[in-house]
Design a protein around this ligand. Sequence first.
Ligand code: PSU
Ligand code: MN
Length: 304
Amino acid sequence: MENLNKYLSLSPKVAAALQEGRPVIALESTIISHGMPYPQNVETALLCEKTARECGAEPATVAIIGGRLCAGLTEEQIDRLGKAGTKVAKASRRDIPILCARGDDGATTVAATMIVAALAGIRVFATGGIGGVHRGAEKTMDISADLQELAHTPVAVVCAGAKAILDLPLTLEYLETQGVPVLGYGTEELPCFYTAHSGLNVDYRMDSPEEIASAIRAQRDLGFPGGMLITNPIPEEYAMPKDVIDSAIARALREADEQGVKGKKITPFLLARVCELTGGDSLKSNIQLVLNNVRLASRIACAL
Ligand code: PSU
Ligand code: MN
């Protein structure tokens, strides 16, 4: 643990909240630099922090800054990540040791944010969408490290499901094999990011933050190592028409294929293209669903 502390930095507010046993939620930073355009990315990140505080939880936005694993950023640091956009390294588990050793910056993915949250002692994390099994993975083997992290690291991740840029049935199969519970908040159906409906089922429906908190507590008490995926449908009034989203995704996937986009670049490429192709509407939905997840994560953290 001492070696780990050599790399970990908590902001004074996050350190105080953890010390006093107050609720804390983690927030990721790849969504800031690689998931949304500037300046909406910075505005959303700051609004997420404000929303968490209004719901009684201290926000810990996570990133690698100058080689340090930071939980809790300053406004200047968030602004720097947002302005730099995809020039900042997208940091997943495999990237952490190198960025730490070199003293570089990195925007943390869901996987990397879970790692830092677990090191800091934060048990709940809110984001937009997670990575998953990509379409065509039976050939490319492109499976996001987020799924492995959910199998191994004890952090509950609140998201709006996954985007249909992924193979959602295979993503659920993978999570089942890895022993990751997939919960639906107020729904039996796996939400599909921009819409509440994927036609697929979650493992368990839960209707209150307390019920979710007790499942997290049982997982901990049993000594299970992994996390949990809590899927929270986008509020009806912000959902996108299915045909609009489906055709934008189909076109983005076609373009990625034509241009040979692969590896860690594929997710940011698809996110940016879907955003462009649907105009400002999808960004508005994206912002609203993230805030909705921050509210639920904060209530779960309070119930824990
Ligand atoms: N999906 C989204 N928005 C995002 C991401 C995924 O709808 O911002 C980001 C998250 O940070 C996630 C990462 O952890 O992309 C997954 O990237 P990859 O598929 O390369 O593992
Ligand atoms: Mn990948």
